[in-house]
Design a protein around this ligand. Structure first.
Ligand code: SF4
Length: 404
């Protein structure tokens, strides 16, 4: 199997057609994947397209409205493995018998054929519930590790198929990937980001005139930093929503070129930063390209000093669980200083790489405090290089191999 992202399933107990509601739910999950979309209902060929669900649904409106099935699944894709092609879009047709839509990366595909019947670990349970809100559906509860949930006319059936002693929640869901309105395992993403901003303000009390977020995911964190520090928050960077790529998210675009195109369409608001010392709040630094471009544009707009604080700790290792962090060689924290775990030294090195006057990465304790989950409930593999949730060391692949 390849690739992953936003998934949705609807079963109508009142035997009403569900395809239109799947489209609405997928639109609410668009932040989880922008590369392709797909809808599968029984008795119809799987409908898929490249790009955004809104454009695809408009072009296929007649067909979607003709689907009468009272059950179906949908998917929006953000690839961690495999190319952006229609063939790789989900749902996948399994020999015409059933369809699968998946979110996550199966890291040990090489081993699975021989062990799948004995062991099939699920690394964590994550529900980006904003699709439920869009559909005015009730949230009942999260799916626990090792659970299989079936929907039928008899309602929900829960089957435990594997023992899973602990969660490995991905903190990146809270800092970047999840929608701010989502509640993941009893913790609201918005609240987590705001508290993370407060944590950073205590760790890194930079003196400045204004706090600005990198749009859009860092907004609640910038608010938290502003509240804790007393420094006013303003919108000094805006996405140009009137251009083709203005509303897209840069990190989940599949190529460096497309990511840079999106960052270029972030506009600096000169009167907010001109002649001022500025604290920029961002969710993460991966390759550093976006950060460098943003800092340069702030300086061109007249910012005097530019500081940056980052809600996610230094990313030094690739993710093999579903987030498209590149190979170790491409990661800025690894390139700047792959060996030391001393954040103070790393802050200085990365600050000079991206051109800021001061930098403050969060650390694992701060991440745990801000999100409100214990360190033993989360995965930190991309920070520590310890792939505990996989129960084995991953095969390190090149970017070309990951996308083949
Ligand atoms: S390696 Fe990092 S991005 Fe991947 S699941 Fe773990 S914490 Fe999340």
């Amino acid at each position: 199997m390849k690739e992953h992202c936003g998934v949705l399933a609807i079963y109508s107990m009142a035997s009403r057609p569900v395809a239109e509601r799947i489209v609405k739910g997928l639109a609410a999950l668009q932040h989880r994947g922008q590369e392709s979309w797909g809808i599968a209902v029984p008795g119809e060929p799987i409908l898929k397209g490249l790009g955004l669900i809104g454009q695809g649904a408009d072009a296929n409106a007649k067909k979607i409205l003709s689907f009468t099935s009272d059950r179906g699944i949908g998917h929006v894709r953000y690839s961690t493995r495999g190319r952006t092609t229609l063939e790789n879009a989900h749902p996948l047709d399994i020999r015409g018998e059933f369809a699968i839509a998946q979110n996550g990366t199966i890291a040990n595909t090489e081993d699975l054929e021989s062990v799948v019947e004995k062991e099939f670990p699920i690394l964590g349970s994550t529900t980006d519930t904003c699709a439920l809100t869009a559909l005015q559906a009730d949230f009942v509860r999260d799916i626990q590790p090792g659970e299989l949930v079936s929907l039928s006319k008899d309602g929900l059936k829960i089957t435990r198929f594997a023992d899973s002693p602990r969660h490995y929640h991905c903190p990146f869901e809270y800092t970047y990937f999840g929608h701010p309105s989502s509640k993941i395992d009893d913790h609201y993403v918005y609240d987590a980001r705001r508290k993370l901003g407060r944590v950073l303000a205590r760790k890194y009390p930079f003196k400045a005139d204004v706090v600005i977020p990198v749009p859009d995911s860092a907004r609640p964190a910038a608010l938290g930093y502003s509240e804790e520090s007393g420094i006013p928050m303003e919108e000094g960077l805006m996405k140009d929503r009137y251009r083709r790529k203005g509303s897209l998210r840069s990190f989940i675009e599949p190529t460096a070129k497309s990511r840079e195109e999106i960052v270029r369409e972030i506009i600096t608001i000169k009167p907010v930063v001109d002649g001022k010392d500025v604290i920029v709040v961002d969710d993460s630094i991966v390759r550093g390209t976006s950060s460098r471009n943003i800092v340069q544009s702030l300086r061109e707009a007249g910012a005097k000093k530019v500081y940056m604080v980052v809600t996610f700790p230094p990313i030094r290792h690739p993710c093999y669980m579903g987030i498209d962090f590149p190979t170790r060689e491409e990661l800025l924290a690894n390139k700047a200083d792959g060996q030391t775990l001393n954040i103070a030294d790393l802050n200085k090195k990365v600050a000079s790489e991206i051109g800021v006057d001061g930098l403050g990465y969060n650390d694992i304790n701060g991440l745990s405090e801000g999100i409100g989950l214990g360190k033993d409930e989360m995965c930190f593999a991309c920070v520590t290089g310890e792939y505990l949730g996989l129960k084995k060391d991953p095969v390190l692949r090149t970017r070309e191999e990951m996308k083949a």
